[in-house]
Write a protein that binds this ligand. Structure first.
Ligand code: EPZ
Length: 461
């Protein structure tokens, strides 16, 4: 009951878009009755992984920054709360628009929520770049394998900073000044590319970054920084050149659509043998996913800012190797495995980015999937059907994969820990319901039983 009251208060405050309380990740679950083919239009929100870097970059200016098309998801709201706690003025104009003035910022932040997310590490690059010092907790984030930050530290040190882990697990970085440097990353890292770019934009002289990540969100953060007066060239290619400037001015910027949310709905259309129009996207960003869907027999029709996916028959098998952009995204690997679990024949999914991103396979096996994991490869023998079960989301994208499996399984599926899913998908169940899915979010045992009885009554009526 108390939790419900807190949620109600939080929702009231959220309406004013001024967060007083820490955002509470409520333990929730989805109850899904499978077997429906989804149909209709779905509008994709702004890219979470671009918004995290952009919000951190926003505090590098002392002037008003307006960010449009931000997704209303847990990670974003936690980061906005964090910069507010540090002294920035944060005015949530509406769910998808925020005005930020970062002039007054402390250079230290630490709270329970910020320790849970990955994108908090961008505050190090932003604070170090602007104030030449930062103290931020080591990042949390999805438990999908070793998630080192040694490349972030390498870049900061080569720009002239002293970086260490201090008591309590805080990353502490400081520098008398930052000087441009030629930095060659040992591995391609999205986070390190953005973080070192943040630290370098106000450094003295020229910084060259090589062996960088090229994801759309890297380009979006670079474009945003340039809209603030930074001088960055080459984002989206193998080499990024940054000429330091003296300050960054205000800007109004709209975030690109979320490639992974769009891809998740594309695969949902294919898995449920439905017909979805995925709107407000950049088809170019979806090419690896579109190509794979066409290869296995789905119909993929590209428009200027939307893609239609239609699948009427059983799809065929495929081989997937995740890789950095423009390859097949690791963040689409679990959703693709769920789709291939029902395809005709044997499929092989190799996870080449993270070393422990198949935890969800055991949950799919509970639903009747025939998959075995050997090293970094999931070997899938497609089955005719899955059956509903109670399953647990181990992380954000695996949770989305289990929802896809539940949408096509016979009977009921209960997906636990949907708070992971809500870190990166805005109103996931609401969007799915609008497309014809039988899915409800419930927050405790009582609601689960009530909902199941309600659905059972519907079944026999
Ligand atoms: C970002 O994580 C995304 N998160 C992840 O999305 C995404 O899966 C990943 O990039 C790859 O695209 C955010 O943007 C907040 P990496 P990040 O640095 O930055 C190793 C989601 O679902 N590595 O590109 O942590 C690392 O261990 C999330 O939205 C180092 O060894 O990914 C991993 O094996 C999940 N040293 C590989 O590189 C480093 O300093 C790629 O990591 C950095 C990374």
């Amino acid at each position: 009951m108390l939790q419900t009251v807190i949620i109600a208060i939080n929702n009231i405050i959220k309406k004013g878009y001024v967060y007083f309380f820490d955002i509470i990740p409520v333990m929730s679950k989805y109850i899904i009755r499978g077997g429906k083919s989804l149909a209709g239009d779905v509008i994709i929100n702004g890219a979470k992984n671009a918004a995290l870097g952009i919000i951190a970059a926003a505090i590098m200016s002392d002037e008003m920054i307006t960010i449009e098309n931000i997704p209303d998801v847990w990670d974003i709201n936690v980061l906005l709360d964090a910069i507010k706690e540090m002294g920035a003025i944060v005015n949530r104009v509406d769910r998808h628009t925020v005005k930020i003035v970062g002039s007054m910022c402390t250079t230290t932040i630490d709270n329970d929520n910020i320790r849970k997310m990955r994108g908090s590490y961008y505050l190090v690059g932003a604070l170090l770049g602007k104030y030449k010092r930062a103290q931020v907790p080591q990042p949390g984030g999805c438990n999908i394998g070793t998630r080192s930050v040694d490349q972030h530290f390498k870049g900061f040190k080569q720009l002239g900073a002293k970086v260490e882990i201090t008591y309590g697990g805080l990353i502490s970085a400081e520098a008398a000044s930052l000087k441009g440097h030629h930095i060659f990353f040992d591995i391609v890292s999205v986070g390190a590319t953005i973080n070192v770019m943040l630290a370098a934009v106000l450094a003295d002289g020229l910084t060259i970054l090589e062996n960088v990540a090229k994801e759309p969100h890297i380009v979006d953060v670079a474009n945003f920084l340039n809209s603030m007066g930074a001088n960055i060239k080459g984002a989206g290619t193998d080499v990024i050149k940054i000429r330091g400037v003296s300050k960054l001015h205000g800007s109004t910027y709209s975030i690109i659509p979320d490639q992974i949310e769009a891809g998740t709905f594309m695969l949902t259309a294919a898995a449920t043998r439905g017909d979805l129009l995925i709107k407000n996207i950049i088809p170019k960003h979806m090419e690896a996913i579109s190509a794979k869907l066409s290869e296995i027999g789905a119909e993929v029709i590209e428009n200027d800012d939307s893609i239609r996916v239609v699948a009427k028959n059983r799809l065929s098998s495929a081989n997937i190797k995740t890789s950095a952009y423009p390859g097949f995204p690791t963040d689409m690997q679990p959703q693709m495995t769920a789709l291939l679990a029902l395809s005709e024949g044997n499929s092989y999914v190799s996870e080449k980015i993270f070393d422990n991103r198949f935890k969800y396979v055991d949950e799919l096996i509970r639903m009747g999937a025939n998959i075995r994991v050997e090293g970094d490869v999931a070997i899938i023998s497609g089955v005719e059907k899955l059956t509903g079960a109670s399953v647990c989301s181990p992380d954000l994208r695996a949770g989305a994969a289990l929802v896809i499996a539940g949408l096509v399984a016979e009977g009921y599926t209960v997906v636990e820990h949907v708070e992971y899913i809500e870190r990166g998908y805005e109103e996931f169940e609401v969007k799915l319901r609008s497309l014809g899915a039988s899915i409800e979010k419930v927050d405790d045992e009582e609601d689960s039983a009530l909902y199941a009885r309600k659905m059972a009554l519907k079944d026999i009526s």
